[in-house]
Design a protein around this ligand. Sequence first.
Ligand SMILES: [Zn+2]
Length: 401
Amino acid sequence: MKCRICDHEITPFMSFGKMPIANGFLLPDQYDDEYFFELKPAFCEQCYSFQIDDQPDPELMFHDQYAFFSRTSKFMQHHFSEYAAWVCDNHLSGNDLFVVELGSNDGIMLENFAKRGIRHLGVEPSANVAEEARRHGVDTIVRFFGPETATEIVGKHGQADALLAANVMCHIPDLNGIAEGANRLLKQDGVLVFEDPYLGAMIEKSAYDQIYDEHVFMFSAISVANIFDPHGFELIDLLPQETHGGSMRYVLARKGVRAVSPAVTDIVKAEKAAGLHLPETYQHFRENCEASKARLVRLLQEEKAAGRRVVGYGATSKSTTILNYCGIGPDLIEFISDTTPIKQGKYTPGKHIPVKPYAAFAENYPDTALLFAWNHQKEIMQKEGDFAAQGGKWLTHIGDD
Ligand SMILES: [Zn+2]
């Protein structure tokens, strides 16, 4: 295959096997039509980007039923309020500011600019979430972002001081189109700010469940610099984040226009020390994934042999990669509890483990809980003190024995 960024010939360094749509929770009468593709990550030795080879048709992943509303999480509301404040304090100044966000979802970030009286516009492809954003006073157009949309926005509103995104860039196969759109949209001293799950954190933790159909890319600072360099942008700031098990916030501006923070040099240096630019790092990662799989399957089989009940905690999109790669089905996990009503009563993609409401866990504790929402481990451990107090045991796929 060719690299999506630079056209260099690339070869996947491993396969996770046949995967269903990560968020494709389903009913038994849909099993026969279930879609599978082969999940194979690849590393480009020319631009250092980490990407998946094959990706299902976007319509299979982002449909009406997808309806992911960011606003439902208090934790994320707080995160976006801080994100907006950080952008305002560090990278925006002047009068009559104009801020655009791509993939603005239900307006959870832009409402913080709206409250400050800053001109703003959300660009969101899903009509239902865009409608929710408007209800919260956030101006939103229903579009995919690219060069044409950028030209349209500039025609109506003028050029922007900032183009923002959160957990969106890594979903977009054509990043050159995004960069070209940013070029048209931004003022000469405008900034492009986005954050996504961080490759460095994934490699460090062997958190391979970050790899699934929706994540076309996992970024490093080195790769982001290379992606935007041909379009005239450079990295001017970086800020590591704890969200999604380890994320990175990237700030780019036109070359030579803004001061470059020392964080950029420091983090690029740390990435080189971790070998994120070297193909052998991904061979090690593959070995770590295989070891993690062997360990998890062994632990679950031991639980079963000892007659202990095991239940999954959090039917996340990420859990689809773990369950299908490791071949874990209802013989090893009785059910997975989840608080999202749309998933309850359905079955997990590929392995068809039942998804039950949270009460099924809380009202009849299992012996062991396999934590799929490991990125919220801290909050969950606080909430579930009783489970541990009654002898309940937690497992994750990324821990040690
Ligand atoms: Zn490349």
